[in-house]
Ligand binder design. Structure first.
Ligand SMILES: [Zn+2]
Ligand SMILES: [Zn+2]
Length: 337
């Protein structure tokens, strides 16, 4: 038995089930890279969009996973600020050019050359991963590996969506109460805001979790909001929610679409948008979003409702996410082999 042998769960083509792929040699970090022994990797809805072919397939087998928590196992040439054995997190944003107009203007999330972990760059559904050290984060010590994983996308991108709602937003609606919303609900409560949670109609476990985490109200997305909202964050990938959310926010309010993929938005009367309501999307994250969110997450104890799966069961985790079979965030336990 080769001591270097390690497992990755690979997607060979969209729509195919993930397959166990055994690698025979440990990957060598190039200049500026870390090799990370993965401890846990969160399962994000974006992984589902990649696996289901709703995002363009890069044309070669890939390893999904962009909520990676692990320990630095090898340092490439020139890496600064990391040590062997240190715990690190790797998010969705895996590379930017640093030179284009967007990068220079603080919008690296929109860099046309950007590459993403678990899509163009092999991700964390694996025992080993390579990452550009400039895009890796130190993690707040108060969270276990399993708790920290969902912070890296559900938390970070949720945070970017939340910031886009504006500081003045007091009453915030969260549509789709899954991994991102269950974290952001707590951040919003911590910052003195009111949370209204909209779930799939009849999803009692998600509604119970929302109330437990401090939501003032929880109900189905087919129910009218009990109050006029200042902002609505859409984490569910259903375009039909957009007119409903616009109808629920007050004049001057904001609706933020936080997902990378959404079904078509049905046409709606202009009156829903009129009154200076704003409809915006959130794309990816910047490293600054990560720094800010992880600082906030270090300030108080976020309760992370993670649902564990073994690495080899990654496909089942994706299937359960697609079917809405759990409340909270699925996390692959990788190191426990
Ligand atoms: Zn750029
Ligand atoms: Zn994600």
């Amino acid at each position: 038995m080769d001591a270097e042998r390690w497992l990755a769960m690979e997607l060979s083509a969209p729509g195919k089930p993930l397959q166990a792929a055994w690698r025979e040699r440990l990957p060598q970090p190039g200049p500026g890279q870390l090799r990370i022994a993965v401890a846990c990797c969160g399962v994000c809805r974006t992984d589902l969009h990649i696996v289901d072919g709703e995002l363009p397939f890069p044309g070669r087998p890939l390893v999904p996973g962009h909520e990676i928590v692990g320990r630095v196992a090898a340092l490439g040439a020139g890496v600064q600020g990391f040590a062997i054995g240190q715990r690190v997190g790797v998010p969705w944003l895996g590379y930017t050019c640093g030179a284009c107009e967007d990068c220079r203007a603080g919008r690296e999330n929109l860099c046309p050359q950007a590459r993403f972990t678990g899509w163009q760059i092999d991700g964390g559904y694996a025992e080993q991963v390579l990452a550009d050290a400039r895009f890796a984060f130190a993690l707040p010590a108060r969270y276990t590996d399993e708790q920290a994983a969902p912070l890296l996308c559900a938390g970070l991108i949720g945070w970017r969506a939340y910031r886009m709602a504006g500081l003045a937003a007091r009453r915030i609606g969260l549509y789709g109460f899954g991994a991102a919303a269950h974290l952001l609900a707590q951040v919003a409560r911590h910052q003195g805001r009111e949370v209204y949670a909209f779930t799939r109609p009849g999803d009692a476990p998600a509604q119970a979790l929302a109330r437990e985490l401090g939501a003032a109200w929880a109900g189905g997305s087919d129910e009218p909001a009990p109050v006029e909202l200042d902002a609505a964050l859409l984490f569910a990938p259903a375009g039909s929610l957009v007119p409903l959310a616009l109808a629920a926010v007050r004049r001057g309010g904001t609706v933020v679409c936080a997902g990378i993929h959404m079904s078509d938005i049905p046409s709606f009367p202009y009156a829903l948008l009129w009154g200076e309501r704003r409809l915006v999307s959130v794309a990816n994250l910047t490293r600054e979003d990560g720094v800010q969110f992880l600082r906030v997450a270090g300030e108080f104890e976020l309760r992370v409702h993670s649902v564990p799966y073994a690495l080899a069961d990654a496909q089942r985790a994706l299937d359960d996410l697609r079917a809405g079979r759990f409340a909270g965030a699925a996390v692959l336990r990788v190191a426990a082999r």
